[in-house]
Design a protein around this ligand. Structure first.
Ligand SMILES: Cc1cc2nc3c(=O)[nH]c(=O)nc-3n(C[C@H](O)[C@H](O)[C@H](O)COP(=O)(O)OP(=O)(O)OC[C@H]3O[C@@H](n4cnc5c(N)ncnc54)[C@H](O)[C@@H]3O)c2cc1C
Length: 452
């Protein structure tokens, strides 16, 4: 059984945030002992790649393990104990209480600083967890292993996905690629409910025109039928047969441990931290999906769980837990995903979020050919939408749907938002043009000119 000795910096949770925090802490203070306590059997996993194991583009869940504890110890000199659940924090005695999977007894270990990186948990509003053999979340490698094992053993091919956020859509694509017949159900009227309507409409159009997926949006009542397995779902009275049900209904911050230790939560319900990732309790830092962050555009606390944020925040928390004074600045969040033959990416805030914060906005959108006609098919277009502050023309948010160019467009928009630049700078910019590489008139130039 695991028994850490001379413990100094303890990290609770060993995924994106925890692994980054530990590696940074050890680098900053090589003489201090750094330990990670991780509840699951796996440590440092490629969670974002889960949908691509569903599609079999990645062959096995095992390929999602970035590090084994042995390799982390060898390369980073940090000890990792998997199957070790932290069950309490005694903030006065500066001790954590943990239990390993092999034993029912609890053990205490002291810390001089602690990083809480407990991440998030899958939302389960219909309370399906653990009740049915054919119901799955797509949150962890363990979830994925269960799913892969189950799909290999059944003949049925009907999958119902609850939730049309980006993870539900990625999973849908994965199942279609494997030859399953896929139905998506969502309470909202459109997919990607947290995006502006025009973007959600475009995504709905892709689902309708480019896929065989059945979609049921605006569903108010769901009922589940079956004993050990869900055999049918009633969506507002319409009976749908299913062999597999996936809940992709978002995640909530995993704050049980923080709450029990008296650590303050913020308005979003996630752990509130200072700009140096300090929690409300002395010597306890926090990072990743268990935390809220400050949105750089609105200055508001927001809950936006992303691997990119978790890793960056974990780095700062690790540095500071080891004695540093690093700042985790208010953040512009950018994300994207593949949707069959298209890609979707966003950055900054939506128009709705900006207006909610009292900003007076203007938005503009355009859809253009990806390249000159000789090099791009008619349907190979790029859609872009910019949200700007009306008086200053400062860029607040942007969304793009098209080919892989959307990543570059989004990153460029992020830079503009970060530098608080007006979109006027795009109007006079010289963009790359070469027929097989980039269009003659750049989408960002078209969008900026439409604003004046
Ligand atoms: C299917 C899927 C696709 C995604 N795709 C993307 C993407 O393309 N881009 C992107 O930026 N983000 C993506 N994300 C989000 C990204 O995976 C998360 O933001 C990231 O994993 C957060 O890392 P974290 O370490 O904060 O939390 P988590 O990944 O939730 O890890 C927390 C860890 O803490 C452990 N833990 C919890 N409680 C305890 C305890 N009491 N004791 C010990 N250990 C504990 C858990 O077992 C877990 O391993 C995706 C997420 C999913 C589910």
């Amino acid at each position: 059984m695991y028994k850490p000795a001379n413990t100094d910096i303890i990290i609770i949770g060993g995924n994106a945030a925890g692994a980054a925090a530990a590696a940074r802490a050890k680098r900053k203070a090589p003489k201090r002992n750094v330990f990670i306590l991780e509840a699951s059997p796996y440590f440092s996993t490629a969670t974002c790649d889960i949908p691509y194991v569903v599609s079999e583009e990645i062959k096995s869940p095992r390929e999602l393990l970035h590090f084994t504890p042995e390799r982390f110890l060898l390369e980073k000199n940090v000890e990792v104990s998997v199957n070790t659940q932290v069950v309490g924090i005694d903030t006065k005695a500066k001790q954590v209480l943990y239990r390993s999977a092999q034993s029912t007894s609890e053990h205490a270990v002291g810390y001089s600083s602690l990083v809480l990186a407990t991440g998030s948990v899958a939302r389960d509003p219909y309370q399906l967890a653990g009740k049915y053999t054919n119901h799955f979340f797509l949150k962890s490698v363990e979830d994925l292993e269960r799913l892969v094992h189950f799909t290999a053993s059944i003949a049925g091919k009907n999958v119902i996905i609850l939730g049309a956020g980006y993870i539900g859509l990625e999973a849908a694509e994965g199942f279609v690629k494997k030859g399953f017949s896929v139905t998506i159900i969502d309470q909202a009227a459109l997919p990607l409910n947290n995006q502006d309507i025009e973007v959600s409409q475009k995504v709905a159009e892709i689902l309708k025109l480019q896929t065989q997926i059945d979609v049921f949006f605006g569903v108010k009542t769901l009922k589940f039928f079956g004993n050990n397995a869900i055999t049918k779902i009633s969506a507002d009275g319409r009976l749908l047969e299913c062999d597999i049900v996936i809940s992709a209904l978002g995640v909530s911050p995993n704050t049980e441990l923080a709450k029990s230790a008296g650590i303050k939560l913020g308005v979003t319900g996630a752990v509130k931290v200072s700009s140096k990732t300090e929690t409300s309790v002395d010597k306890i830092y926090a990072a990743g999906d268990c935390c809220e962050i400050t949105d750089a555009v609105t200055g508001q606390p927001v809950y936006r769980p992303l691997a990119t944020t978790a890793r960056a925040m974990g780095w700062v928390a690790g540095e500071n837990a080891a004695g540093g004074r690093e700042v985790f600045a208010p953040r512009i969040t950018s994300s994207g995903f593949r949707l069959f033959s298209s890609f979707v990416a966003f950055t900054g805030v939506t128009e709705f979020q900006a207006k909610n914060r009292g900003l007076i906005t203007q938005s503009v959108s355009a859809e253009v050919g990806r390249l000159v006609p000789f090099f791009a098919k008619r349907h190979e277009t790029t859609f872009g939408r910019l949200v700007v502050e009306k008086n200053t023309h400062r860029l607040l948010g942007a969304s793009f749907i098209g080919g892989k160019e959307v990543a570059g467009l989004t990153d460029m928009a992020t830079l503009l938002i970060q530098q608080k630049l007006p979109v006027t700078v795009l109007k006079d910019m010289s963009f790359v043009y070469s027929p097989p590489l980039a269009p003659f008139t750049h989408l960002l130039s078209i969008l900026s000119k439409k604003l004046f």
